[in-house]
Unconditional design. Structure first.
Length: 428
């Protein structure tokens, strides 16, 4: 008989850079995500024992970043993720130190792969727990997790729905949800709220924005090179797929090649090569830009040392060239500062100095659920409890208020919570 079922939020709701939520039963625990931006995740010190199992929703650093450190602490802990996520593990640590990269590689191999809609059952003492991942859009391999915890004759249900998207992308279909009804209700929904009160995203049309990116590249007529700067995991494949529909050839920096190889099965009949996608080295990419071609490279912030930064530097003083920055560019990042520099003006930072002549364009392609989709998800799944996580604190509070109104209007019985770090939510 189940006596205790609770969620210990090791990272707080307002934490946008790290996710770690511990589901605790009587004598067992399951860790949902292992997020950190750096290798020294402070939340790890609040984890008193090895979890019985670790679920990784997807391979973004804020969900997987501290996995090498956790694995060092608890060697042999069972790590579960989808096969695509496991394969992508080897691409996560690149650019970090060798030791971290190696551990990610190993973790990809030792982790247990659980495919979408396949159920894994574990018995912890007296309690039986069933786990089923569902595709949740966002990036290739990303999945929500349905946890069904045996409770006498019945099961308690928790759905962990981290980063998800309600719209389909060229490679990654939209989020899919399990079906709940009166017989099998959802007790607790742990849901992200990254765009919880973002009015811009609420009105955005992903397809239209992606098409305008493609049209812009196709119609560019000055003869200058075009650099499309993308985040490596996720959006890179979606943007290249869209470009390859319109252009004869798309040149992609070979830093992205391992990721593209892993996501190739999502393409259907035509391979990347069939679609005219050519992987090029840094020097080749520079030459392609000089020859007026379209080159796709990561990352979108033009961070120091990234392939996109070096390529950007090769065309920045050419007024015939342009750069397309995909997704929101943080104001404090190098790309943000460059964007803020008017065309024709001199940019200076540290030892760097150049005249920004190339054209800069931003395209917003969010792969998180906007507010309408977050609200719609709650209305659809009708959980007894909603635990809002992973968003700016004020965005989550705004979303909480809006959800409470909906609950009242629809006469639902649903509690909406925004827990802080180390708060415990008792699943009822
Ligand atoms: Zn993510
Ligand atoms: Zn995230």
């Amino acid at each position: 008989m189940l006596e205790k079922l609770q969620i210990r939020c090791l990272t707080g709701s307002g934490d946008v850079s790290a996710n770690a939520y511990l589901v605790e039963g009587e004598g067992w625990s399951i860790l949902l995500d292992v997020g950190a931006v750096t290798g020294h995740a402070r939340w790890l010190s609040h984890l008193k024992n090895s979890p019985d199992l670790v679920w990784v929703s997807h391979v973004h650093a804020d969900h997987i970043g501290a996995l090498p450190e956790l694995y060092k602490r608890y060697p042999g802990v069972e790590v579960v993720m989808t096969p695509t996520s496991a394969a992508l593990c080897a691409c996560v640590g690149r650019g970090q130190d060798r030791a971290v990269a190696d551990v990610f590689d190993v973790l990809g191999q030792v982790s247990k792969s659980l495919n979408f809609k396949k159920t894994m059952t574990r018995r912890f003492g007296e309690t039986c727990v069933r786990m089923t991942p569902y595709a949740c859009g966002h990036i290739p391999g990303a999945a929500s997790l349905l946890l069904e915890v045996e409770h006498g004759e019945k099961f308690h249900r928790i759905l962990y729905l981290p980063d998800f998207s309600a719209h389909a992308q060229p490679l990654t279909p939209r989020a899919e949800f399990p079906v709940f009804d009166e017989e099998t209700p959802l007790d607790c929904l742990i849901m992200e709220g990254m765009l919880g009160s973002d009015r811009v995203s609420d009105k955005l049309d992903y397809d239209k924005n992606l098409q305008s990116l493609v049209d812009g590249c196709e119609q560019h007529s000055t003869g200058g090179g075009q650099l499309v700067a993308v985040p490596s995991l996720g959006l890179s494949g979606e943007v290249v797929h869209a470009l390859s529909e319109a252009l004869d050839e798309v040149y992609v920096h070979d830093y992205l090649e391992p990721i593209f190889k892993i996501t190739a099965p999502l393409l259907g009949e035509l391979s990347w090569a069939d679609r005219g996608v050519r992987f090029v080295t840094q020097p080749q990419a520079t030459r392609m830009l000089m020859a007026g071609q379209v080159v796709v490279a990561s990352d979108e912030h033009l961070q120091s040392g990234s392939p996109s930064r070096a390529l950007f530097m090769s065309i920045v003083e050419d007024s015939d060239s342009r750069i397309v920055l995909c997704n929101s560019t943080r104001k404090k990042s190098f790309a943000g500062k460059v964007s803020a520099t008017p065309q024709g003006e001199v940019f200076q930072q540290g030892g760097l100095r150049f005249r920004r002549m190339l054209d800069v364009e931003h395209v917003l392609l969010p792969n998180h659920a906007p507010r309408w989709a977050l609200m719609g998800t709650v209305k659809l799944l009708k959980p007894q409890q909603v635990v809002l996580v992973h968003g700016q604190r004020n965005a989550l509070s705004g979303l909480q208020g809006a959800l409470r109104k909906v609950v009242k209007k629809k006469k639902l019985t649903c509690e909406v919570l925004v827990p802080g770090a180390l708060d415990v939510v008792v699943v009822t």
